[in-house]
Design a protein around this ligand. Structure first.
Ligand SMILES: [Zn+2]
Length: 328
């Protein structure tokens, strides 16, 4: 796609060009997808009159080498490269991506200041998910400040599958989950699939809380029975699953069709309105380009209908984070 065309596509994405056909082609890629009829319930409060839907990438990271935003002391080998908001915006424009959700990167540990600065500078492009120290009794108050003052929309916790991650079953979790509920922001969980029973115990306590499971719980493809632990969470209507990491789970080359069997099982259990696409940029770049990563859910999953893609590539994320409320 030429730079001129991609810029036109992006401007249309943000409502600055009246060119529905071009933007629709950018959204779902073409004749095959567009040729499918949308199901009867296609109309939704978040779809616009032209029938097109914005592409939202629900999982990216940003960081920069800047003395103003030092990496955490625990980060012994920080990445050599930058992954700045400006780099990401350029990629978004080139790929027709409307907005992205920035997940606080681990290199900064609990210091969310760089992501907060990005949210303040570019509110028209980004939403943000913060990290707090889950073993700090003050974590709920830190989260309140991050949401109310810094503009984050939720928090991510990441218990390991080892004993060092057993804090997810400890006394500090219910207060943090309750604070998420009270703040009306989602709780995102990055954890191996073996932790899903622990998530279930907490989800049972907070039926009104929106919960997002990252990366299909990174369930290994050679352990398909383990996915049952994630499928069992289907009974929580406010629980969503990112279908990212097809690239890291796969043993194949792009477009990683072996991992799409797992996506299919999640699709059958959760449906498109509870599945979310995300790239995990820039971590995806050793595997494929940003545009290729966007295109996995947009073009490369054959069993998805045009309407399914509308949800998985954008509208579901817009249910979880406020992403379609106009460029603020
Ligand atoms: Zn990530």
């Amino acid at each position: 796609m030429s730079e001129i065309l991609s810029r036109r596509v992006f401007l249309k994405r943000v409502g600055l060009l009246p060119c529905a056909g071009l933007a629709t082609a950018a959204a779902f890629g073409g004749k095959d997808a567009l040729g499918q009829a949308a199901p009867a319930d296609a109309g939704s409060a978040t779809s616009n009159p032209t029938g097109e839907s914005p592409i939202i990438d629900a999982h990216v990271h940003v960081w920069t080498h800047d003395p103003q935003f030092p990496f955490a002391p625990e980060t012994k080998n920080p990445p050599a490269r930058d992954a700045t908001a400006e780099q990401l915006i350029a990629l978004m424009k080139a790929s027709g991506v409307y907005r992205t959700v920035i997940i606080q990167v681990i290199h900064y540990r609990w210091d969310n200041r760089y992501a907060a600065s990005v949210l303040k500078r570019y509110p028209q492009y980004f939403r943000g998910v913060a990290r707090v120290n889950p073993q700090d009794p003050a974590a709920p108050d830190h989260l309140s400040r991050l949401v109310e003052e810094d503009g984050f929309h939720g928090v991510r916790i990441s218990p390991s599958g080892e004993a060092s991650g057993d804090w997810i079953n400890g006394p500090l979790m219910p207060p943090l989950w309750a604070r998420c509920r009270d703040l009306k922001v989602p709780m995102t969980v990055l954890a191996p699939v073996t932790r899903m029973p622990d998530v279930m115990r907490l989800a049972d306590q907070f039926p009104d809380l929106t919960i997002v499971i990252d990366h299909m719980a990174d369930c290994p493809l050679n352990k398909p029975d383990e996915l049952e632990k994630l499928l069992a969470l289907q009974r929580f209507p406010n629980l969503f699953v990112k279908i990212s990491h097809t690239w890291s789970l796969s043993a194949q080359a792009y477009p990683y069709l072996d991992s799409q069997r797992q996506v299919r099982r999640l699709y059958d259990a959760y449906g498109p309105k509870r599945l979310i696409a995300g790239t995990d940029w820039p971590l995806v770049e050793p595997y494929c380009t940003y545009t290729q990563a966007i295109d996995i859910a947009r073009f490369r999953i054959d069993f998805l209908s045009t309407e399914d893609k509308r949800w998985i590539c954008g509208l579901t994320a817009a249910r979880v984070w406020p992403l379609l409320d106009g460029a603020s």
